[in-house]
Design a protein around this ligand. Structure first.
Ligand code: COA
Length: 327
């Protein structure tokens, strides 16, 4: 029997404040109709006051640990996937470790933008299969709202805040993570980026004046590459595992745009009842979107023992990734 990693608990958390498309109509030149038609988003959640990424991580992690029935002290490794951590240093994973009291864990952050959670899943899976760690807490968490230009209608309507978490444990048998697939094309780094605040453009009055501390996106160009890339990605992932799309119980896609999600589902011949969708309520929560959606379908009982579940994402880098799980 091969050693695999199995998801033994899921959890998620979104902040309480709801920002609707109608609220945005009052901030920028947009409309509920445009946002709904072009993206599928109706509202998103936004942090308040001093709430930061590690706070969202903590709530999602507590839910996942409870579902897995393990104590914080049992965790060997914490990975937080994020592009919007509390601060550049230390890692948000270290801050979460303190808040959670997970004294025996190693901790680090991983940034692959919207594909981050699946990159983290692959890293966790390989640590477990290699025998380095037995119990890994993986959290995808973002506070996108603090990195959005609330004067730029082409980006500020798209994103939201939230966190999702999974506990991965070593297990023998045919159930668990079957494969992960990671890809990147850095030549198109400028399709989606946040240019200010790093070593290239450190914070200055110029970076603030030129609004470089906010997410920039070439939306339409990204859209076209995303549709093409994801269609090939999901077909290749199933082929490599000799699984037919008719055998898939659930597709859990990154939640960037309903039109992209529908195109991928159509390519697989999957009815939308077998696709996890929550961007209408949360918008694009970047690396948090897949673990939040996964937690929802698990808690709704839409994923059962032995089911095939396919996860896929596309985002800045450009990066894209997938994972096939036998639940
Ligand atoms: N409200 C109203 N009009 C808006 C708007 C808004 N919030 N944002 C843009 N527009 C306008 C544009 O100015 C443009 O007007 P013009 O034709 O007069 O120039 C028009 O709407 C069309 O813009 P375009 O960018 O071509 O729209 P689109 O159909 O491509 O939709 C996105 C834009 C961002 C929703 C879509 O391209 C998308 O989802 N891209 C992919 C995102 C993604 O997958 N990212 C990776 C993960 S983060």
């Amino acid at each position: 029997m091969p050693l695999r990693s199995k998801i033994t608990g899921t959890g998620s958390y979104v902040p309480g404040t709801v920002l609707t498309n109608f609220d945005l109509e009052k901030k920028v030149d947009t409309s509920d109709e445009w946002i709904t038609e072009r993206t599928g988003i109706k509202e998103r959640r936004i942090v308040k006051g001093t709430e930061a990424t590690s706070d969202l991580c903590l709530e999602a992690a507590k839910n996942a640990l409870q579902a897995a029935d393990i104590k914080p002290s049992e965790i060997d490794l914490i990975i937080v996937t994020t592009m919007s951590g509390d601060m550049p240093m230390p890692s948000t994973a270290s801050l979460l470790q303190k808040k959670l009291g997970a004294k025996n864990a190693a901790a680090f952050d991983l940034n692959a933008a919207c594909s981050g959670f699946l990159y983290g899943l692959s890293v966790a899976d390989n640590f477990i299969k290699g025998g380095t760690f037995k119990k890994v807490l993986l959290v995808g968490a973002e506070v996108m709202s603090r990195f959005l230009d609330w004067k730029d209608r082409s980006t500020c309507v798209l994103f939201g805040d939230g966190a999702g978490a999974v506990v991965l444990e070593a297990a023998k048998g045919k159930r668990g993570i079957l494969s992960t697939h990671l890809y990147s094309d850095g030549s198109q780094w400028d399709f989606i980026c946040l240019p200010g605040g790093g070593s290239l453009n450190p914070p200055s009055s110029k970076t603030i004046k030129e609004r470089m501390h906010f997410v920039k996106m070439k939306g339409n160009e990204t859209f076209k590459v995303a549709v093409r890339t994801l269609e090939k990605l999901v077909i290749d992932t199933l082929k490599q595992n000799r699984v037919k799309s008719s055998e898939l119980a659930m597709l859990v896609p990154h939640q960037a745009n309903l039109r992209i999600i529908k195109a991928t589902a159509e390519r697989l011949g999957l009815p939308m009842s077998r696709v996890a969708v929550n961007l209408d309520r949360y918008g694009n929560t970047s690396s948090a979107s897949i673990p939040i959606a996964l937690d929802e379908v698990v808690r709704e009982g839409r994923v059962k023992k032995d089911d095939y579940v396919l996860l896929e994402a596309f985002g800045a880098g450009l990066t894209w990734a997938s994972a096939l799980i036998r639940w």
